[in-house]
Write a protein that binds this ligand. Structure first.
Ligand SMILES: N[C@@H](CCC(=O)N[C@@H](CS)C(=O)NCC(=O)O)C(=O)O
Length: 211
């Protein structure tokens, strides 16, 4: 299978993390999202939004959306519970990630690390910070009573870790959220954890606005 990827993307990192845990080999197809490569007709046939990650199966079927890819690849493994209630809990946290974390911490981290903060209004930045702090407080409260988001280590933890684990790079220091810090350490200690992440600095075009 192929993973259409942009290496500094933490949405794509989530998928790489699960593939690493599962020991699945795949081909990486780099997509220069800041150069407009996501907006070509060929790529938009794979994902109409123009975003990575996209998983392409050997038969040509394409699946965008990081959390959908985690569910597809994780099905039948120890990382996706079989029980309906627990599966729903996994989904609940991945919806939270898509809604609260991608729109808050992830955007803010992107703006911060690619020099775009100065081009954003104070209002927009403060809105992202407030959303980021709210998400971290919710997670800290939830994790105060449990080791992982849903009983055992699942794709929900992988999904949330991808940006929450790097919230300090978004200007949101984690020291006020000790249960989140402890959860991050537990994730990093998992067998088969993938430590490699890529800085935006490897892409000379990352300062561009997305098309
Ligand atoms: N909700 C999507 C978000 C994907 C996303 O925003 N990907 C970014 C990189 S982290 C991207 O490719 N952006 C390019 C664009 O939107 O044109 C997911 O979870 O996969």
């Amino acid at each position: 299978m192929k993973l259409h990827d942009y290496l500094p993307s933490q949405n794509a990192y989530k998928v790489r993390l699960l593939l690493h845990h599962l020991g699945i080999s795949y081909e990486t197809v780099p997509v220069g999202i800041f150069e407009g490569a996501g907006q070509t007709e060929a790529f938009r046939a794979k994902n109409p939004t123009g975003a990575v990650p996209v998983l392409e199966l050997d038969d040509g079927r394409c699946l965008p959306e990081s959390n959908a890819i985690l569910m597809y690849l994780g099905e039948g493994t120890r990382y996706v519970p079989a029980d309906a209630w627990q599966r729903a809990q996994v989904l609940r946290w991945m919806f939270f990630e898509e809604d609260q974390v991608q729109n808050g911490i992830a955007s803010l981290r992107h703006w911060t690390l690619t020099g775009k903060l100065a081009r954003r209004s104070r209002e927009a930045i403060e809105g992202k910070r407030a959303l980021g702090r709210k998400a971290l407080a919710v997670l800290d409260g939830w994790l105060s009573a449990r080791e992982f988001l849903v009983d055992t280590y699942t794709i929900a933890d992988m999904s949330l870790y991808a940006y929450v684990g790097f919230a300090d790079e978004a200007g949101l220091p984690l020291e006020s959220y000790p249960h989140v810090v402890a959860w991050i350490a537990r994730i990093r200690a998992q067998p088969g954890f993938l430590a490699t992440v890529y800085p935006y600095a490897i892409d000379p075009f990352s300062g561009n606005e997305l098309p």
